[in-house]
Design a protein around this ligand. Structure first.
Ligand SMILES: NC(=O)c1ccc[n+]([C@@H]2O[C@H](COP(=O)([O-])OP(=O)(O)OC[C@H]3O[C@@H](n4cnc5c(N)ncnc54)[C@H](O)[C@@H]3O)[C@@H](O)[C@H]2O)c1
Length: 267
């Protein structure tokens, strides 16, 4: 038996990066996956590839910042497959040109970031839960970020919205646990999605590497396997948690890497 055999799952932002890897891994582990994205072409390509390999997937258009759009995707999924077992609320992001420090940030970016990162998760939960109750339970997974825990000189709305996702996840877990609905979040550190690989300068990648406890960077599949675990019944006693998948980047006293360099120079 595959790990999420027969489960019906929606992945928001499933056309690229973390969402794409999670869609692929869940489909390969037996789920029927709806890849929901505003890049419909990318979502269709991803779904077709899975179907051509003998897995079950389909694409749907989604604008996750819009309540009606999430409602429609949930309803169309239930129409197509009869139920909903896994809701992976993964859409999120930031605009580095506008999401600055509290004084200088563009307030339109505050509104946009909150809608994209937090409201989208609220909508995903609101519309998935009634169907999960009918199904006898389900698993909600939300993508947070390590920015929820460690602050930054910029990215104010990103950090605040992702911190809210962590707390919202606990509320949902508390409110619907008795109906057999689990809610967990994943907080990725830097993950080398195609966009991150193309956009981050080499020096910045080295900087991240230096502060990771592990000797390598995170890949989209590292989040995808965590999603499969949280979607599956293997995690049936885990709820309200945020699993940090970040290579030990935030693990130790922050001076450790610099201290190592200093000691090496002194030898
Ligand atoms: N990559 C990282 O290092 C990293 C680190 C921490 C957290 N995260 C979080 O992981 C999640 C996925 O990030 P990623 O790096 O895979 O991003 P990505 O840009 O590779 O993929 C995001 C996907 O979401 C889609 N999308 C964006 N806005 C949408 C909307 N309003 N409605 C529907 N679809 C929309 C895009 O078309 C794209 O397919 C985000 O929530 C992000 O904040 C990423």
């Amino acid at each position: 038996m595959k790990r999420v055999q027969g489960k019906v799952a929606i992945v928001t932002g499933g056309a690229s990066g973390i969402g794409l890897a999670s869609s692929q891994l869940m489909a390969k582990e037996g789920a029927k996956v709806v890849i929901a994205d505003y890049n419909l072409e990318g979502a269709e390509k991803a779904a077709q590839e899975l179907v051509s390999q003998g897995f079950e997937a389909q694409a749907m258009f989604l604008d996750a910042s819009k309540e009606e759009s999430i409602k429609e995707v949930v309803e169309k999924t239930v129409e197509a497959y009869g139920t909903l077992n896994v809701m992976y609320n993964n859409v999120g992001g930031t605009n580095l040109k506008k999401d600055l420090d509290i004084v200088n940030m563009d307030m339109s970016e505050w509104d946009r970031g909150m809608k994209m990162n937090l409201d989208s998760v609220v909508y995903g939960c609101r519309y998935a839960i009634p169907h999960m109750i009918k199904a006898g339970g389900g698993s909600i997974i939300n993508t947070a970020s390590m920015a929820a825990f460690a602050s930054d000189s910029v990215r104010t709305v990103y950090g605040a919205s992702k911190a809210a996702v962590v707390q919202l996840t606990k509320y949902v877990a508390t409110q619907y646990g008795k109906q057999n609905i689990r809610a967990n979040a994943i907080a990725p550190g830097l993950i080398l999605t195609p966009a991150a690989k193309n956009n981050l300068p080499e020096e910045m990648l080295h900087m991240f590497q230096k502060y990771n406890a592990l000797a390598y960077h995170g890949e989209p599949e590292d989040i995808g396997y965590t999603v499969v675990f949280l979607a599956s019944d293997e995690s049936k006693f885990i709820t309200g948690q945020t699993i940090q998948v970040e290579g030990g980047h935030y693990l130790a006293n922050p001076t450790v890497p610099d201290m190592r360099e200093l000691m090496a120079k002194k030898q």
